[in-house]
Design a binder for this molecule. Sequence first.
Ligand SMILES: O=P(O)(O)OC[C@H]1O[C@H](OP(=O)(O)OP(=O)(O)O)[C@H](O)[C@@H]1O
Ligand SMILES: Nc1ncnc2[nH]cnc12
Length: 185
Amino acid sequence: MQQYQLRLGPLTRNLPLIKIAPNTRIASFVLLGDAELTQYAAQRLAQRLTHTPFDYLVTMESKGIPLAQALSQLTHHPRFIVLRKSVKPYMTHPHTIAVTAITTHTPQQLVLDDADATLLRGKRVVIVDDVISTGGSLEAANRLLQQVGAQIVAQTAILAEGAAGTRTDIEFLAKLPLFDGNSSE
Ligand SMILES: O=P(O)(O)OC[C@H]1O[C@H](OP(=O)(O)OP(=O)(O)O)[C@H](O)[C@@H]1O
Ligand SMILES: Nc1ncnc2[nH]cnc12
């Protein structure tokens, strides 16, 4: 399997290249289970947020969760909000929004329970995720948060992939190429 070598500060990781379309691959980045990388990335992102006062961190299920937890602790924000991908029985009044993300061909959604929506109304929010690729998940999170009256003051990620790497409205630590025909088997 072909690999892409990611260097992030003192850390190096070999990421497998995963086919997402004919001749197009992403470098699969799996933050879940990598406590060292999560902690390192959270420290770097916390530094970037030093001059951005905010009330809540918001992340998307699932790979953003450990990063948001580490960043929450480092920035002394004891609670963070997770946008879920399915409606749970305990939710009283779920707000949902459709998502198009690079890794799934089936319809996806982001869900925010009303209790969390109430918490976020009028609050300054930082969105955090592991990877921004097409930006579909980020865009959906933005729309959902705006619907419930939150104010997005920063968007942060470890990696920006493909065209997301040219965006100036995201704080990211590293860029990843999208791999074209040269990476086919
Ligand atoms: O910019 P986009 O094209 O929307 O891609 C980025 C999203 O994709 C990944 O989630 P994934 O769909 O792999 O779900 P998971 O975290 O639940 O595994 C990643 O954690 C982002 O949320
Ligand atoms: N490169 C990537 N690795 C893992 N998950 C992703 N989601 C979007 N891009 C991704």
